[in-house]
Design a protein around this ligand. Structure first.
Ligand code: FES
Length: 161
């Protein structure tokens, strides 16, 4: 984390979360969870404020936030695409679908959210619907046995809405 500044509003919102959950370094994960719920993601100033509030090094907060897949450090798009790359889906071609989606949305390596903020692409390890592999979920709607062409059509019809 490079920018150490925290604005007052962020600091007081984070402080309220810490007051509610517990001002102790052991409360880091629940505090991060609550902060993500409140801010929808974990921007740098929120993590810095948590570090100050729990009196732990910012690097520790950053380390925990990046270790767990359910924490996100960037804002999510209006539409969330979740592609499964669990074993069953991988065997049935999930990589080709993800590559096609990345290319269509112009997502660079490591980029999860489109520049216009419309879509986020998340890779998950199993959606619990292996019989429908390969599986993709768009905004909670499950699309099974899809291929690259189907996946792009689903996304395009969402773009047109
Ligand atoms: S491996 Fe994809 S749904 Fe289980």
């Amino acid at each position: 984390m490079q920018d150490n500044s925290v604005n007052n509003e962020t600091a007081s919102r984070v402080d309220a979360i810490i007051e509610r959950i517990g001002r102790h370094p052991d409360m880091l994960v629940p505090v991060l969870q609550a902060a993500q719920e409140e801010f929808k993601y974990l921007p740098q100033d929120v993590m810095m404020s948590i570090a100050q509030g729990l009196n732990i090094p910012p690097a520790k907060v950053y380390g925990v936030a990046t270790f767990y897949a359910h924490f996100t450090l960037e804002p999510k798009g209006r539409h969330i695409i979740r592609c499964c790359d669990g074993t069953a889906c991988h065997v049935k071609g999930s990589m080709a679908i993800m590559d096609a989606i990345r290319s269509h949305l112009n997502l660079k390596e490591g980029q999860k959210t489109t520049a216009d903020g419309n879509f986020s692409l998340e890779i998950v390890s199993c959606l619990g619907a292996c019989g429908l592999a390969p599986v993709m979920v768009l905004d909670e709607k499950v699309h099974g046995q899809s291929n690259s062409k189907d996946a792009l059509e689903i996304i395009k019809s969402c773009e047109e809405k």
